[in-house]
Design a protein around this ligand. Structure first.
Ligand code: CA
Ligand code: CA
Ligand code: CA
Length: 943
């Protein structure tokens, strides 16, 4: 490949796996530090498939912007590669393309795009040995790409003409050709007319906002006054240079002006200049403007002037630091506000004393829709924003938002954090430089919107230290994320060097709500760790874990790896005896924790990951009292395990509350596990049988990708929901109340998919397209610990914009949510439903809702099959294969009927699996009972 700036990276791709390009970007970045958005991206896939392979192989490609699409599509069409393409357009800038073709085999597929969003490799080949070899990513320069494309397109069209010439030269065809030519001339004339008339009239202004550092000008205090001669002089100088750059670029005809809005000092020396760039373009061409292209013009102008090894080049006499250039598309409203024309709600604050509090107390009254708080601190210091309480509308920042920027203008790529929900506990955020901007926006002022908090100036902290001579095995100290307990900023490196007092002692790190595991080819989303040269990724979870370094020396390095600020973490450390990590007579969990041997196989999840409850061989022969006290899992689970039935006696005697006990509303607990809505009043306050208008259907059950299923009847699964993304069925969900649905988190990953406005819920539907009730989605709550690598915490709540009406009761019904204590038995029969693929190799889903009966698989065999099964997952299927959920059923219900009351419970959410309906590979579901408390936090009405 000519003109490549970065080395060619290759990723081996595995069959059945999906690769998110966003992760590749990170991968590329971590290797060579090149920012990908500077270049046009070229994805080159070499697909080698054996000739007897049947099935399909292809890509799902999501683009923002049409700019690139026409070109590569033309190229594909010319080569006869594109067989089945579908374009979807929602809002202004998203195009999704699915490409499925056996003819892709042994071809090299190229995608060119300026700002490719997501590419999924989809492979459902069914043959014995399909081989998908290399998918590689390359970055090419803009010009080089266009030249290549132009050449390619010319060649292809020429080639085609030549080969067809002989056959088309007869009289009939000449007439047809003549008509076609006339028609084309007509179309061209029309288009030109349209372009002249329409485009001349409708022009649009596009705003870009950015910053860069000028190294050769010293900051003067006068720059703070925007009316001062000094400020005006430096602003005019920068504007003049920017004018020169853009009037000599490809965008010269549409460039209007640059406006410098802030000039500040900063921790890296020199001046930090914040500016806007305005273009005026015909509306139809607006989409050609990518942020990357506008930034590339500026960066290229600097880069050509860089001579030595620094990143500072000369931009018409200004020593601009190329690494400091940040630029993104901005909003007209922000432009007019921050350049002085719009809102008067702008606060400029200069802080020159450490720890001085600058209050941010504000309530938005009608008329004031947007406010800006700018804070600049002493050079060499940072800013901490603490928010004590915030009252805003909770709808994913569509109506209201509080955005914290690591800059003085609202630059998207400088966002530190966004708050979209009301909160009442103190949270704080730290900048990476001596400045910060906080914007509070609201589009409807019905209620009063309030925020209480303060800014303060804090010194920069060095993260990490040397920790010597650990001797005891008890807790010795703790290390934390930078600026603990604040959220830590997206740029950080910490390094701790541990050394124990004896060679046979290692170092144990105990994480609260966090875990680290071996890094794969994918990047780390929540922190990158290097411990004695081994690399790990960090994840947030809801329990403790212990990581042991079996060496008397440990170099622990931590780097932030998220784009936004992240929750703080705390790690306690101690030394431990390498030959005996856990005390005598105790069991070492997979989580690293030590539990007493007696806690092994007692039916209680003491390790938090259930490792103490796996591979347990429970023989039920000697059902005596001591056996029962050890076997919590058999107690009061609704199944008579002992001959005399004593394991099912005294089940509603009140006992201390644990995770395995049922809790009544009056806070009294007892052992009976599945007491909720079973038709028997167990609680004195009857709370177990109140709120039970869930989980019933009018259809009498005598007896998703759904594989091996059968058609359902009208009203048989009234909680089943189909979720449409951009008009296409994308995931399933379950009705749990009048306005809430439960689905899988993995359905909502990514910028576009996480926007509730892109989704529509179809309720009370059996045949696709015939929903009884349709609603848009108001809010999506993805579980905060969702892990896209192993699908842990794969759960999400959706709030409907309009609740469904009572008159639809028999076609739409909520399903019961199992309480935390709820227990399912292996072998229990449940049903999975959905409109997904009927066969693994199918391209399309089913028109009629499908159902399949599956069995709950015990956790030990689930573990043996997949390995990576967490306590938040459960397996269900038929071990012989044939019946399963499949692609397209994600987020849908695994419904199980309770023994007594006959109510249906949502035991699982379709999450993932290996293939569909394969023998010995059951489907994996999110275990809903683990999330009862989480659901209750947002939807109190379901309990
Ligand atoms: Ca246990
Ligand atoms: Ca029992
Ligand atoms: Ca009951």
């Amino acid at each position: 490949m000519e003109n490549l700036r970065s080395p060619h990276h290759r990723l081996k791709i595995n069959k059945g796996m999906q690769y998110d390009l966003a992760v590749w970007f990170e991968f590329l970045n971590s290797f060579n530090g090149v920012t990908f958005w500077r270049e046009v991206l070229l994805l080159k896939a070499e697909l080698q498939v054996t000739s007897d392979a049947s099935g399909s192989l292809g890509f799902e490609v999501y683009f923002r912007g049409h700019w690139c699409v026409d070109h590569w599509l033309a190229d594909w069409l010319a080569r006869g590669l594109a067989k089945d393409l579908m374009f979807l357009e929602f809002f202004s800038l998203l195009v999704a393309v699915w490409l499925w073709s056996e003819e892709l085999a042994n071809h090299t597929v190229h995608f060119w795009c300026d700002n490719l969003a997501v590419v999924h490799m989809v492979n459902s080949l069914s043959s014995k040995s399909p081989r998908v070899s290399n998918v590689s990513l390359q970055m090419a320069e803009t010009e080089a790409k266009w030249e290549r494309l132009a050449r390619k397109l010319n060649n292809t069209t020429k080639g085609k003409r030549k080969s067809k010439r002989k056959s088309i030269w007869n009289f009939q065809n000449i007439i047809i050709l003549f008509t076609v030519v006339l028609f084309i001339i007509g179309v061209i004339t029309w288009t030109l007319l349209w372009l002249f008339i329409v485009q001349a009239e409708s022009k649009d202004a596009l705003y870009f906002v950015g910053l860069f550092r000028i190294a050769n000008i010293e900051f003067l205090p006068e720059y703070r006054q925007k009316e001062s001669r000094e400020f005006l002089s430096v602003a005019r100088n920068v504007q003049r240079v920017m004018n020169l750059v853009y009037t000599h670029s490809a965008f010269s005809k549409v460039y209007k002006q640059s406006v410098v809005s802030d000039v500040s000092n900063n921790n890296h020396g020199g001046l930090l200049v914040h500016f806007w760039i305005v273009f005026v373009v015909p509306q139809a061409k607006g989409q050609v403007f990518c942020e990357e292209c506008v930034a590339a013009i500026l960066k290229d102008s600097v880069q050509t002037s860089i001579t030595n090894r620094t990143s500072v080049g000369s931009l018409q006499g200004l020593a601009v630091d190329m690494d400091s250039i940040v630029l993104s598309a901005g909003l007209r409203s922000d432009y007019s506000s921050t350049t002085g024309a719009g809102t008067n709600c702008i606060y400029d604050l200069y802080a020159d004393r450490l720890h001085q509090h600058f209050p941010v107390d504000f309530s938005i009254t009608p008329g004031k829709m947007i406010c800006y708080f700018k804070l600049i601190a002493l050079v060499g210091h940072l800013i901490r924003l603490s928010i004590a309480s915030i009252q805003i509308e909770a709808d994913n920042c569509i109506t209201d938002s509080l955005t914290i920027y690591d800059s003085l203008l609202p630059i998207k790529s400088k966002i530190l954090y966004r708050i979209c929900e009301p909160a009442n506990s103190l949270i704080s955020f730290v900048s990476t430089n001596n400045l910060m901007l906080v914007t509070l926006k609201t589009t409807h002022v019905h209620k009063v919107k309030e925020i209480h908090g303060y800014f303060e100036v804090i010194p920069q902290e060095k993260c990490g230290k040397a920790i010597q001579a650990l001797g005891s095995t008890g807790l010795e100290g703790r290390i934390t994320s930078p600026y603990y307990p604040s959220y830590y900023p997206p740029k950080c490196i910490c390094s701790w060097n541990f050394q124990t007092s004896q060679k046979n002692f290692g170092i144990a790190l105990k994480f609260r709500n966090y875990t680290i595991s071996e890094k794969s080819i994918k990047g780390c989303e929540h922190g990158w760790w290097k411990i004695n040269e081994h690399m790990y990724c960090g994840y947030y979870i809801d329990h403790q874990t212990i990581f042991r370094v079996a060496s008397f020396v440990a170099n622990v390095e931590f780097q932030c790896s998220s784009k936004l600020s992240e929750r703080p973490f705390l790690v306690e450390y101690a030394s431990y005896n390498i030959s005996q990590p856990c005390p005598l007579g105790s069991f070492e969990c997979y989580t690293g924790l030590c539990v007493r041997q007696a806690q092994r196989c007692d039916g209680i999840n003491d390790c938090f990951d259930e490792s103490d409850e796996l591979f347990c061989d429970v023989s039920k022969q000697n059902c005596n009292t001591s056996f029962l006290t050890q076997q919590h899992s058999l107690f009061c689970d609704g199944i008579s395990d002992c001959e005399d039935g004593q394991d099912e006696q005294s089940c509603t005697e009140s006992i201390p509350c644990t995770n395995n006990t049922f809790k009544c509303n009056n806070n009294i607990c007892f052992r009976k596990r599945n007491a909720k809505c079973d038709g028997i009043v167990d609680c004195l306050d009857r709370s177990d049988e109140s709120n039970c208008s869930c989980g019933s259907t009018k259809y009498s059950h005598k007896l998703h990708r759904i594989v091996g299923g059968s058609d359902t009847q009208e009203g048989e699964w009234p909680w089943q929901v189909s979720l449409l993304y951009g008009g296409v069925a994308y995931c399933g969900a379950s009705v749990i109340s009048k306005e809430w649905l439960l689905s899988a988190a993995h359905c909502f990953q990514g910028n576009r998919l996480s926007d509730p406005r892109t989704w529509i819920a179809h309720l009370g539907m059996r045949t696709k397209g015939k929903a009884k009730f349709i609603s848009t989605v108001r809010r999506i709550i993805v579980h905060e610990y969702y892990n896209s690598r192993n699908y842990d915490y794969d759960i999400a709540l959706l709030q409907l914009s309009t609740p469904w009406r009572d008159t639809m009761r028999w076609l739409i019904q909520p399903i019961c949510i199992p309480p935390t204590s709820h227990r399912t038995h292996s072998g229990e029969k449940c049903w999975v439903t959905g409109w997904g693929q009927k066969q693994e190799a199918d391209d399309e889903g089913s028109a009629i809702l499908q159902k399949a009966e599956v069995e709950i698989v015990d956790q030990t065999s689930c573990h043996s099959t997949y390995g990576l099964i967490t306590a938040r997952m459960l397996c269900a299927g038929v071990m012989s294969g044939k019946k399963d959920s499949c692609k397209g059923d994600s987020g849908g219900p695994l419904s199980c009927r309770s023994k007594g009351g006959g109510k249906w419970f949502l035991i699982g959410i379709v999450s993932w699996g290996y293939g569909c309906g394969r023998a010995n590979f059951p489907g994996v579901y999110t275990r809903v009972s683990n999330f009862a408390t989480w659901i209750h936090k947002y939807v109190p009405s379901v309990f």
